[in-house]
Design a protein around this ligand. Structure first.
Ligand code: DAH
Length: 333
């Protein structure tokens, strides 16, 4: 063993540390140099058989090299791990650990539209009562929107003046009651559904009439359902919405798809507010849906979501709801 041996090792070992491209490669290089069978370790072991004079000189050279290598390896490790972090930051540029200023977050993220808020609230209440939330298409067939709901040809809703028809013979649903038909066709009784959604009518627009508005349909089909069940569920609903027992009344109301049919009014701010048409599902509707009306019956209701939101938040013009005006929307965050 000579000074050259140590000198050679210095060159190759420093080069191999420098060449390590990842932390793993660096660890390997370290093992090959300083591990039990590493080249530097071998040299240290070999010193025992060297002439004492030379051993002293080589010994201090080898120790110096070991110190140098330790330093170089540490330096390389730091460089590699910060490169690794840089790469990770490049890939994962969303830092979920970054604290967000809550006021900025509010301004940037916006809030829920009052309609969405009330809709979700109602869905939550009905889920608690065993109802399933279902959906239906906004472009409907004449069959689901009218015919299977026992709405006769002569009914004014079937007039061009009230309904948007498409050129291919369909229409924009005028109410969410069409989802009653679709649910009866698809689900087996007993069933409980609510179906929120947009409805469309060809209206003369003013503060209380809009071409696009929201309803939430409800229907429960079971055995021996009575008006008592209907009243129970409607009372429960109103208690949840308004936070306490409400004074209500039922008046007779005509809708071709219920028999008997009612208008449910609620005493609100000193006057009766027409809130919720409802009734017992007409046997013909059940039959249209392929359900045996001698075994099953049920109730249905059509909640005017837009109307409810307006009275809840004291909105005086229905057109605000669809205006897309941020000055309006921001009041409800
Ligand atoms: N679909 C009716 C409308 O838009 C409202 C309605 C009345 C729904 C009675 C019902 C019901 O489910 O039972 O005018």
């Amino acid at each position: 063993m000579t000074k050259e041996t140590v000198e050679d090792l210095r060159r190759t070992s420093l080069a191999s540390v420098e060449a390590a491209a990842t932390i793993e490669e660096l660890d390997n290089a370290r093992r090959e140099l300083l591990g039990k069978k590493g080249s530097l370790t071998q040299i240290l072991k070999g010193l025992g058989g060297v002439d004492p004079e030379l051993r002293k000189e080589l010994g201090s050279l080898v120790n110096q090299l070991k110190g140098e290598l330790d330093g170089a390896i540490e330096l390389r490790r730091k460089a590699l791990s910060s490169a690794k972090l840089d790469q990770a930051l490049e890939r994962e540029w969303i830092d979920v650990s970054l604290p967000v200023h809550s006021r900025i977050a509010l301004a940037d993220n916006g809030g829920l539209h009052p309609l969405t808020r009330v809709q979700r609230e109602l869905e939550h209440i009905f889920r608690g009562l065993g109802f399933t939330v279902v959906d239906g298409p906004e472009v409907e067939t004449d069959y689901c929107n009218f015919e299977a709901l026992n709405i006769p040809d002569t009914h004014p809703a079937r007039d061009m003046q009230d309904t948007f028809f498409t050129t291919c013979g369909h229409l924009l649903r005028t109410h969410t009651s069409s989802i009653q038909v679709r649910s009866l066709q698809r689900m087996k009784p007993p069933l409980r559904i609510v179906a929120p959604g947009r409805c469309f009518r060809y209206e003369r627009l003013d503060a209380s009439h809009e071409h696009t508005f929201y309803q939430m349909e409800g229907m429960m089909i079971d055995r021996h359902v009575t008006v008592g069940h209907l009243i129970y569920f409607m009372r429960t609903l109103l208690r949840e919405i308004f936070g306490g027992e409400q004074k209500i009344r039922l008046r007779p109301g005509y809708f071709p798809f219920v028999e008997p049919g009612f208008e449910l009014d609620i005493w609100f701010q000193g006057r009766w507010l027409e809130l919720l048409p409802c009734g017992l599902v007409h046997p013909k509707v059940l039959e249209f849906g392929g359900i045996d009306s001698s075994e099953w019956n049920g109730f249905a209701f059509g909640l005017g979501l837009s109307r409810l939101v307006m009275s809840r938040f004291q909105i005086d013009d229905i057109r605000h709801l669809q205006s897309g005006d941020l000055r309006f929307a921001k009041q409800f965050r």
